[in-house]
Design a binder for this molecule. Structure first.
Ligand code: GTP
Ligand code: MG
Length: 253
């Protein structure tokens, strides 16, 4: 069994990718379990096999503890951690080949609180990986791209498990724009040139140094373009995942 946590900024396409990648895997005769870890979601593009909303209810937390929506989500994240054993049993009873875990819209709930890494480590002892989504439209500006690079490095630093990086919703960009972003991810010089050309002043200086810092750390964030709408890139994505999961590569892909 492999467990894959899908993480990314709000609206980056986590739930849609969970839906379409699980369908794609099912077509190649894999037993897939989709887990929804987002307690606040109202509608999902797939039917979760395991759903955290069965363990916590945001509305009643808001009422009972007089919390706003964000306070309730934070409380919910801690309550989910308390239920991780039961969630894990639910998953294991289904005996899947692959488990796709759709994480909360508010990325910091899962990535930057203690409960996320705890859930990831307690959910299973089987091989696991993180898939980090770079929203293609958002990442077209070098400033946004570098910010996202930092977020993904921060996620890696929290979980320390193999990470695959995707350029999500790539069908929304002309191919040459998607290729440009992929080039930035493969070649530090290409990113530096874009920063020089498109940014000015302090933003240019900081972005250049931030990008530098990531490369200095030796982190590689090669992006694979993917579309949950057209299924473009699914084969490469699956190959990258298998590689980090089966070879136990320590590093990011
Ligand atoms: N064109 C296109 N749209 C997409 C794709 N993936 C997601 N979307 C759209 O982007 C929006 C957000 O997608 P979601 O899958 O809900 O994103 P998410 O990261 O789960 O969002 P939150 O959980 O709310 O943070 C929806 O309107 C999707 O239809 C894609 O590959 N192509
Ligand atoms: Mg979602």
């Amino acid at each position: 069994m492999f467990v894959v946590f899908i993480i990314g900024t709000a609206g980056s396409g986590k739930s849609m990718l969970t839906a379409s990648f699980s369908e794609w895997l099912k077509m190649s005769k894999q037993d897939v379990v989709a887990v929804n870890l987002d307690p606040g979601v109202l509608k999902l593009p797939y039917s979760p096999d395991v759903d955290v909303r069965n363990y916590v209810d945001i509305e009643s937390l808001m009422e009972e503890y007089n919390l706003g929506p964000n306070g309730a989500l934070i409380m919910a994240a801690d309550l989910i951690a308390d239920s991780v054993e039961k969630i894990s049993e639910e998953v294991e009873e289904l005996k899947p080949d692959v488990v796709l875990v759709d994480t909360p819209g508010q990325m910091e709930l899962f990535a930057f609180r203690a409960s996320g890494p705890y859930i990831a480590s307690e959910l299973t002892r089987e091989p696991k990986a993180i898939v980090y989504l770079f929203d293609a439209v958002f990442s077209l500006s070098p400033l946004n791209y570098v910010s996202n690079l930092f977020l993904s490095a921060a996620v890696y630093n929290r979980f320390l498990i193999p990470q695959v990086h995707l350029l999500s919703k790539c069908d929304l960009l002309p191919k040459e724009d998607a290729d440009t972003i992929v080039d930035w991810s493969a070649d530090p010089k290409a990113l530096e040139t874009a920063i020089e050309q498109k940014l000015e002043g302090t933003k240019r200086l900081l972005s250049r140094n931030m990008a530098h810092a990531i490369y200095e750390l030796g982190l590689r964030f090669l992006l694979l373009p993917i579309s949950a709408k057209t299924n473009e890139g699914m084969i490469n994505f699956n190959t990258a995942l298998e590689r980090v999961l089966t070879r136990g590569d320590k590093y990011t892909y």
